[in-house]
Write a protein that binds this ligand. Sequence first.
Ligand code: GUN
Length: 296
Amino acid sequence: MIIDGKKIAEEIESEIQQEIQKLKGRRPGLAVILVGDHPPSHIYVNKKIEACHKVGIHSVKRQFPNDITEEKLLIELQKLNRDPHVDGILVQLPLPKQINPITIIQSITPEKDVDGLHPINVGKLFSGDTSGFVSCTPLGIKTLLERAGINVQGKRVLVLGRSNLVGKPVAALLMQNADGANATVTVAHSLSKNIPELCRSSDIIISAMGNPKFITLEMVKEGTVIIDVGIIKIDDPTLNKGYRIVGDVDFDAVKDKCSFITPVPGGVGPMTIAMLLSNTLKSFLNKIDRDAKQTR
Ligand code: GUN
């Protein structure tokens, strides 16, 4: 069965929209920072801004040239940290070479880090403290599995890729002692030995490698669940636009062997955006709670 991530994301966005419509006063606000001219980042950021607009989140897009200094960017982030209309701050990655992403991420106040990348939020995830923010793609994957009715408890989950954005946090999230988790997680990466064998012995494969059609029919056992996080643009002169977007999985070859599989596009991608909106609403509600406690 093909998991329709777009439809599930739309359902979640409609739930968020209804919650926001019930709010009185200020609306939740998200600031998105885009540095330089990395074309996919422009597309992703525009999708995030569009989604905010759809559900009623106030969004600010701050765009900076490729040669902005780290100091200037840090000053901008300090302003957003203090801005009472901004509940969430997201710095789109990758950043240009002169800017250290670790310094930038650590300068965002953890209460507004809706991307869940600040060490405080990463630490909360690893220690099972649910008050923090979990990064959007891992949270989207967990939500997608839950809404598709796939129970990961006790299952052998293979995560391919060890990035801070996807591989590491999704492994932490699914191995937790918590509802919707309790999986037996293996993390493999580019230097792992015998990935085909690891794939064949897994119940669920979450692939976040960015390697087109890496997962082939021989690597998949009957009934496996595949979550494809890869998004790769490949040339295709037969199409008007001249390219196609594909994932890490040879979708057409393996789809009939899987019990569930996510397509690319239309699988995990829309869920990442829905989770960003959900985290922004969570941050807004946290702020209302903190303000109410202060005035008590
Ligand atoms: N670049 C690609 N995916 C992401 C994401 O989820 N967050 C940020 N900040 N940058 C990205």
